[in-house]
Design a protein around this ligand. Sequence first.
Ligand SMILES: [Zn+2]
Length: 265
Amino acid sequence: MLDPIASTLARKSAGHGPLMLMYHSVTADGQPDWPWAVSLERFGQQLDLLSSLGYRTATMGDIASGRVSASDGPVAVITFDDGYEDNLLAVEALQRRAMTATWFIVSGAIGGEPDWPYDGRPAGRMMDAAALRDLRAAGIEMGSHTVSHCRLTQASDADLTRELADSKAVLEDVLGDEVSSFAYPYGDWDARCAGAVEAAGYRQACTTRTGWALRDGNPYTLRRLTVFNHDTASTLCRKLVLASNDGSLGALARYMVQQLRSRLA
Ligand SMILES: [Zn+2]
């Protein structure tokens, strides 16, 4: 059963602006081992929760440009990092619900095996160029996640520029369309990286810092929440209220005490 307090609060939380949710992998198996994977069943439950709370989905470009705002109700941006082939399951689940999303692709791994350090991710290839074109044709926004999935804060100025410019050029060539959104691999960024992203011609970028997406008022440091397989409808609902990765009952209780205190002060 859905947490009744959290669901009421989540419907009213649109005043804080849009939220972005981060996913990586969707598995047909119900119990994925990798913390960044969710089962297809759980993903569907999470999307249905968003619908039941009145959330519309939008792309990152939509919210950063103000084409879609939360003034008419809550808005969520579903994002997928890296571009695993299993993501095609997620695309079907989104399309059945007439939802959209933003995907961040590692341009050097299109149609191949991921070659950045192994961290327990599911075996399998990355989506190929034809799959990326199909996603774009389905109204999904395609963004860049560098050429090689490196840590940008540790890259030389030349490598930083190359990772940003080359991935943009390759993706634009594959898609025949402008690529204006970017996600920092590992959520690893600093002011130099954000400046380089802007200089490379992107219009917005997202981190893995939690909070309301537009909280910083800076299009190059948009915030996102991470969604895990263990996120039930109730924990995800509390995460939407709190704009936090901690969707526990304790976190909601602390938030409500804080709200009460500030109202009494
Ligand atoms: Zn990544």
